[in-house]
Design a protein around this ligand. Structure first.
Ligand SMILES: C[S@@+](CC[C@H](N)C(=O)[O-])C[C@H]1O[C@@H](n2cnc3c(N)ncnc32)[C@H](O)[C@@H]1O
Length: 195
């Protein structure tokens, strides 16, 4: 089987959605738990050649597929980062403008999620954006560690991890191989002194 095709959502609606959440040309974006890059590809198009996307996953096959898909579009601004869960990322502190945690947090228990929030706090600039798609919570195809959590529970645990809730943005979002209606939550970094 060859690499999965690029969908028009990835090159059009997805780019517009990421602009709506605040992603701009020239920025550095991290897509944590990127799989085959349904959000990494629109992010790479949104930031343009002067920007960079760090596409992070523990699944080497998914990253390889993302590499092939990005290559077929001629994108050269996606850095593939294969990681072991729990390890520190090979990305400089305060160097990233936006981090995406889309449809990935339900894979982790509370301690695992806490470690990821701390790592996102480390890599994000002071003005950085953390954007979260809390899929698979109790009211939305409940699964894994999110089965009994609500969106508000997830929002509160992120706020307790050093972030300030900013906005909820809804639209047509990529999910697995299809599309669905959903909402992402945007957070800013809380200043150290006011924690
Ligand atoms: C359901 S997919 C979501 C992919 C993508 N964010 C999207 O919304 O299309 C979740 C991905 O997160 C990855 N993942 C889960 N836990 C992880 C961890 N602790 N570190 C890195 N990747 C992880 C999985 O390997 C999988 O590729």
């Amino acid at each position: 089987m060859g690499p999965m095709l690029i969908s028009s959502w990835e090159t059009r609606e997805g780019v517009r959605f990421l602009r709506r959440i605040g992603i701009r040309r020239g920025q550095a974006v991290m897509d944590f738990g990127c799989r085959v890059g349904r959000y990494s590809i629109p992010a790479a198009l949104a930031v343009g050649e002067e920007g960079v996307v760090y596409a992070v996953d523990k699944d080497a096959d998914a990253l390889r597929e993302l590499g092939e898909r990005a290559g077929s579009l001629g994108l050269r601004n996606i850095r593939l980062l294969h990681i072991t869960p729990g390890r520190r990322l090979d990305v400089r502190s305060e160097s990233v403008d936006a981090a995406l945690l889309y449809d990935v947090l339900h894979y982790m228990d509370q301690n695992g999620r806490r470690r990821v929030y701390m790592e996102m706090r480390r890599i994000l600039r002071a003005s950085g954006l953390l954007s979260v798609y809390p899929k698979h919570v109790s009211t939305d195809e409940p699964a894994d560690h999110f089965r009994s959590l609500s969106v508000d529970d997830v929002r509160r645990e992120i706020e307790r991890s050093g972030f300030v809730f900013q906005a909820r943005l809804c639209g047509t979002l990529s999910h697995d191989e299809g599309l669905n209606q959903g909402c992402v939550l945007n957070f800013g970094k809380r200043e150290e002194a006011s924690r």
